[in-house]
Design a protein around this ligand. Structure first.
Ligand SMILES: Cc1cc2nc3c(=O)[nH]c(=O)nc-3n(C[C@H](O)[C@H](O)[C@H](O)COP(=O)(O)OP(=O)(O)OC[C@H]3O[C@@H](n4cnc5c(N)ncnc54)[C@H](O)[C@@H]3O)c2cc1C
Ligand SMILES: NC(=O)c1ccc[n+]([C@@H]2O[C@H](COP(=O)([O-])OP(=O)(O)OC[C@H]3O[C@@H](n4cnc5c(N)ncnc54)[C@H](O)[C@@H]3O)[C@@H](O)[C@H]2O)c1
Length: 482
């Protein structure tokens, strides 16, 4: 028999950006909230992901941006100052210490417990700290916000060579002379470019396309951007084996196009493996409540399916719906508010509220925004044409190069591409993609149009300012036929 020694209204397991937001919402609603964190408060995004990776990329992007403008180009005669870039990255991680985030937690009225938590039964959480193990009873809810862990591919010999994951790459103290990157996803593309611009000799190996979740013209622009920075991009290439090569690493590669018949080798000082992530659910005691750690099903409030009594929630990377900080924090706000409303009786337990209510993360279904911070950038929201068709929607795509007055002023020889995906029955936007230098800031307009289901004939009246890159919106609507 477990004897609870502590009680709270809500226990949030995992103090990353997402857990902090869930706990912030329940504490603000007056619920006694305990946040359990085994590492740094702030999690992956603050210390080993979004912030340091973008801090590594931004100086190179600023320099390249100046080089694309005649007159400014002549003033840029040097190269990146590596140690200044690394130092600025370190400032953005607060030197990998979390005191300011701990202050925020305290000021938000959340009780922080530094330890490792696991489920011990219905509404029970066992927390192991340096002092021992305590069991906490959560009167209303337990929220799993435990993030994700890297997926390591089954490559022969990989387990006997040293390699970087994204944590080691984003926290690098030096720039290696050469770097092999395995994985053609967002992390692989971003970090390949960051290190290439810092002076590494980078080879990127992807078993399929680069950025395969994005439309092909956007993939091609990023591939060209990486090649222009000297990255040796090997697409449709399998990594068969890894071995020590002197002080470095050697990979054996084979093309996936010729059935893997011919193989070749490539070597570098360091290896970065960035082949995806999966929800961090192992060791959480899920089996104690009849669940398995392979994955969870959650409704739009974050409530986990298959658990009686409606007390277990999962949000952020742990829920596995969209592995992005902003989307996880959105899920956390919905779940935190739903927990508070259910605790107060405003919302019936286990009943799923209406779509687009403040208690549901409805945008997860078809309006997730994402930005790939390479140069050129890719910014996408909602459904691609292929995804829309897979869902049985009658959809069309309208696409254009980004070639408007604003883009030509922004950079000489601006090379960009944009696409709108339209629901032909409802005449609203299902998705949008922009690829090109500095397009990230164009995205939120598209997100608003998709979430707001703005009719195209009303969107026509949203006039882009002249001369901005946003003018591509007008060109796209004209191309569509308005
Ligand atoms: C290289 C890289 C770059 C990225 N860049 C971006 C970007 O630019 N923009 C973007 O939106 N997303 C980006 N992401 C994704 C983003 O980092 C994640 O989506 C985000 O960190 C998820 O937040 P989370 O709070 O769910 O998980 P995490 O940040 O992983 O936090 C989970 C926390 O739970 C703790 N924990 C786990 N198990 C337990 C336990 N049993 N007990 C106690 N504590 C526990 C962990 O220590 C951790 O602190 C990037 C990812 C990578 C790898
Ligand atoms: N700018 C951003 O928002 C940003 C940046 C980095 C990461 N992230 C998030 O973090 C998550 C993890 O990033 P990621 O790049 O590791 O994942 P990803 O899912 O974007 O890409 C993983 C890549 O690894 C490849 N891969 C998988 N298994 C492989 C194998 N066995 N051998 C060779 N290649 C293999 C896949 O084909 C894919 O190209 C992503 O879901 C992404 O949403 C976001």
């Amino acid at each position: 028999m477990t004897n609870p020694t502590l009680a709270a209204d809500v226990v949030v397991i995992g103090g990353g950006a997402v857990g902090e937001n869930a706990a912030g919402r329940t504490a603000a609603a007056g619920l006694k909230t305990i946040l359990v964190e085994k590492g740094l408060v702030g999690g992956e995004c603050s210390y080993w992901a979004c912030m340091p990776s973008k801090a590594l990329l931004r100086p190179g992007a600023a320099l390249a941006s100046a080089r694309r403008v005649d007159g400014a180009r002549q003033a840029v005669t040097g190269v990146l100052d590596r140690s200044a870039v690394l130092e600025r990255r370190t400032r953005f991680t607060s030197g990998w210490q979390d005191s300011s985030q701990v202050d925020w937690v305290r000021d938000a009225g959340i009780e922080l417990v530094r330890g490792t938590a696991r489920l011990a039964g219905e509404r029970l959480v066992e927390v192991t700290t340096d002092e021992g193990t305590t069991t906490v009873e959560a009167r209303h809810a337990v929220v799993l916000a435990t993030g994700s862990v890297p997926s390591v591919p089954p490559i022969d010999g990989l387990d006997s060579v040293p390699f970087w994951g994204t944590r080691e790459a984003t926290a690098a103290k030096d720039v290696p002379g050469s770097l092999l990157v395995v994985g053609g996803g967002v992390s692989g593309a971003e970090l390949a470019q960051a290190f290439a611009r810092l002076g590494s000799d980078v080879t990127l190996v992807a078993r399929g396309a680069l950025l395969s979740n994005y439309p092909e013209p956007a993939q091609r622009l990023v591939e060209a951007g990486l090649r222009a920075d000297g990255v040796d991009v090997r697409l449709h290439t399998s990594t068969k084996a890894a071995a020590q090569d002197g002080d470095g690493i050697q990979l054996t590669l084979s093309s996936t196009n010729d059935g893997g018949a011919a193989s070749s080798t490539v070597s570098a000082a360091k290896l970065l493996v960035a082949t995806g992530r999966r929800p961090g659910l192992a060791g959480l005691g899920l089996e104690k409540v009849g669940l398995v750690p392979e994955g969870l099903r959650t409704d739009a409030t974050g409530l986990v399916a298959g658990v009686a009594g409606g007390w277990l929630y999962a949000v952020g990377d742990a829920a596995g719906k969209a592995l992005l900080t902003h989307q996880g924090k959105y899920q956390a706000r919905a779940a935190g508010d739903a927990i508070a409303a259910r605790a107060s009786g405003t919302l019936p337990p286990e009943e799923e509220p209406a779509a687009w209510s403040k208690y549901t993360a409805t945008a997860d279904e078809a309006a997730v925004p994402s930005v790939v911070f390479t140069d050129p950038e890719v910014a996408m929201v909602g459904l691609t044409l292929g995804k829309a068709q897979e869902r049985g929607l009658h959809a069309s795509a309208t696409e254009l190069p980004i070639a408007v007055a604003g883009s030509s002023l922004h950079a000489d020889g601006y090379d960009g591409w944009a696409q709108l995906v339209v629901d032909e029955e409802r005449k609203v936007l299902l998705g949008a993609t922009f690829a090109g230098p500095d397009v990230a800031e164009l995205l939120h307009a598209a997100t608003i149009a998709v979430v707001g289901e703005v009719p195209l004939d009303r969107l026509w009246h949203a006039v882009p300012s002249y001369p901005t890159i946003c003018e591509v919106w007008l060109r796209l609507l004209e191309e569509y036929g308005l």
